[in-house]
Design a protein around this ligand. Sequence first.
Ligand SMILES: [Zn+2]
Ligand SMILES: [Zn+2]
Length: 370
Amino acid sequence: MTNPQGIALRFGEGRISGVLATGLGGLSLLAVLCFRFPSLLTTADLRAVYPVPLLRTVLFAALLLALAFAALSLLLARRAQLGLAGLALTGAAIALGGAWVETPDAVAPRRGLGLDWFVLDLLLLALVFVPLERAFARLREQRVLRLGFATDVAHFFASHVLVQVTVLLTMAPAALLFRGAALDGLHAAVRAQPLWLQVFEAIFVADLFQYAAHRTMHAVPWLWRFHAVHHSSRAMDWLAGSRLHLVDIVVVRAFSFLPLYALGFDERALLAYVLFVSFHAVWIHANWRFELRALSPFLVTPAFHHWHHAADAEAIDKNYAANLPVLDMLFGTYVDNAGRWPQRYGVVGKPLPQGFLAQHLYPFIAPPKS
Ligand SMILES: [Zn+2]
Ligand SMILES: [Zn+2]
């Protein structure tokens, strides 16, 4: 498949229902495994706050929908593979306990993998962004299952399943650097401010450090090899931002976290910051039609970040900010192409390999940026 627009899915052919049955069946199976093996597969922090009855209801609904879509696909589709795959995954989830799956009596308080975070975040983001992109797409012909979709799901999977490792590595440099520093007075002064002000300050200082790290990733050839993975997407949508080398994730986030750690914001402000930047990072990659000119001087919009991903000559090494365009205006890297969108996305020159593993090996075997 070389067309970046991807596989065409039309109503009445049984492929949409087949994809939905496979996706919901697969996620349901993973959810059942999370219930059965929580200490191994789920994140300790999330485990502590789960509304379990609600999650079981959602799982029940997902299983019912998966079965209904599988049946519909088998009725409509000329080829039965997708419907059968959906049926097999859903059947396996039900055989392992379904929505009534038993959980162990005692759960070891250890850090497990983030499989629960993967299932919930993928489901939530798909529910929000797939309908939004269908309604407000810039490229209406681009499909949900566009070129590189499976690769980006693999990146999404890895970054979520390994979330506790990357969070630890993200925080370690700040903890090492400021170990023994007398910051209590500063922390008390920062926390004495209103929460909303702390959230704005956190966004500003973290994006300032993110700008420096991101620009360095572009400027230093051996670092660019890691960051080029993010730029290798030829189709932009809600999932494209997930394409990040794990080294890129840790390096840029660890650097952005330094001022957050040093200033010692209130935990509620940090939580609001994390929720905002997580959702915002997905949205700025979305296949989203509106330019939002009134907002664009103050907040990074999809148009702003799409130009960062553009392969058009005028936009190379521009628009580094993740949240605040003013940083690019200040440092001379701002490109504002009102009324226009990039002609194409991706890295200039030889394309990167496709596939999660090949892209993770790429920085270690590829020639540096000339
Ligand atoms: Zn970049
Ligand atoms: Zn991006």
